[in-house]
Design a protein around this ligand. Sequence first.
Ligand code: NAP
Length: 499
Amino acid sequence: MIENKAPASLILLFGATGDLAKRKLYPSLFSLYEKGWLSNRFAVVGVARRLKGDEDFRHWVKDSIRTFGKPSARLEEFISHFYYQSHDVSDSSSYIQLKKLVDRLDETYSLEGNRVFYLAMSPEFFGTVATHLKEDGLTETKGFKRLVIEKPFGHDLQSAIKLNNQIRKAFLEEEIYRIDHYLGKEMVQNIEVIRFANAIFEPLWNNRYISNIQVTSSEILGVEDRARYYDKNGALRDMVQNHMMQIVSLLAMEPPIRLTTDEIRSEKVKVLRALRKIKPEEVHRFFVRGQYDKGRINGKEVPAYRDELNVAPDSNTETFVAGKLLIDNFRWAGVPFYIRTGKRMRKKSTEIVVQFKDIPMNLYYKNGSHLNPNLLVINVQPEEEITLHLNVKKTGKIMETTPIKLNFSTRNIDGMNTPEAYETLLSDCLRGDATNFTHWDEVALSWKFIDTISKVWEKEKGEFPNYEAGSTGPKASDELLAKDGFCWWSDTELNGKNC
Ligand code: NAP
């Protein structure tokens, strides 16, 4: 039985007035409090520049929970645990004062020296803050110390190594919790369970029975107010290096011998090590990039990426990536894993499609044509669903089949209230479970793979814009699969046609 209740702890939150804290972290913490999963002995210290003091901060937190969470009568009691220090993180002298506050709260709430340092701010500060935490004695504590760090973890392998070396001077690898919020999502966590808790799947989960796997993460939104960050990074760094590679690792890993952090992570690392390296001259064959043009979404005209605020008019940044990954091991040799992610697409969806191979001989006809392949579809968001596509007999006909879907959806179950990914991850971190956080080896291997592609793309000007906003991406993305005789299954229902 896993203990959900966290031990006594202090959360020191850098970036306490930011978007992430406001929309996700405070509502998630309050939800844990309501469930009784936070210890009664807890305190939160917010650090940022714009607010004045504790009262101001408590209003801010209350407002965030009222807007983005589910407030209750216990809100006042909850926010009485919140404290604030106005502090510029690059100002060395402020950390001494911060230490005094933290030590005082440690005593007041009997926190046993347990500390979580959460860096919810721009990555440019990660190294500076980690260094100060150590140099100014905040990490000298008799309890546990953990560093939670938001994405992006570096811009490429070199910068990721530099950042890692910097934070490793203050924290051990097992004390570093690198957030990939996709790993906190219920249906991403379900991948393991679907595979390893069902006798009908695991024996088929290999190159003898699976023809290809497709992972799509598409957004309707454009770059919104993140253009300054996004234009320097693009979809490859923002989505593929972390979220998409993590999903592929979970889909492809060997069964771990135990459900422990080390065993699961080590199986995921092996997948990344088995990823076939792409040579620079092969990038065009395996990867497609795109950038959105203007178009219509939900009946509304939306601008091209290059016309967005804070985007260079000749920007070479990709807002779409599709790729074919090959995993060179016994289980997956010859099975392509197709990944695709983009902004300003036709629908918002994160979806995994596992396509099984055709049966050796087709005895039946479906409307006189081929049988549909069996598909296992896992919808991660916004719907949380698992659907198995099968063929059954068409009523009244002996030789004809019709496709059907066996479906499980969390939407149809009363009382099913999926926790927000951040709630799950905060709870994991407070309890010391690092399974759903990214290990350095995974970060490094992913960057190594991605760097080859980004170097080629940086050198060459993309033929942008090359897909209309509100579409399914550039034509080359469909051609990537068509060359192998496949298509993106998640588009077939939209197009009303089969592959
Ligand atoms: P944000 O809205 O820009 O917030 C930045 C925070 O840092 C603010 O609280 C700001 O407060 C504080 N700050 C900036 N400079 C500071 C300084 N010199 N000293 C002290 N505090 C300073 O950023 P965000 O969207 O919350 O993102 C935070 C991190 O989470 C980033 O790494 C981002 O990539 C990651 N992330 C965010 C989201 C999201 O949904 N927002 C999702 C995934 C990952 P003051 O201005 O008051 O000082």
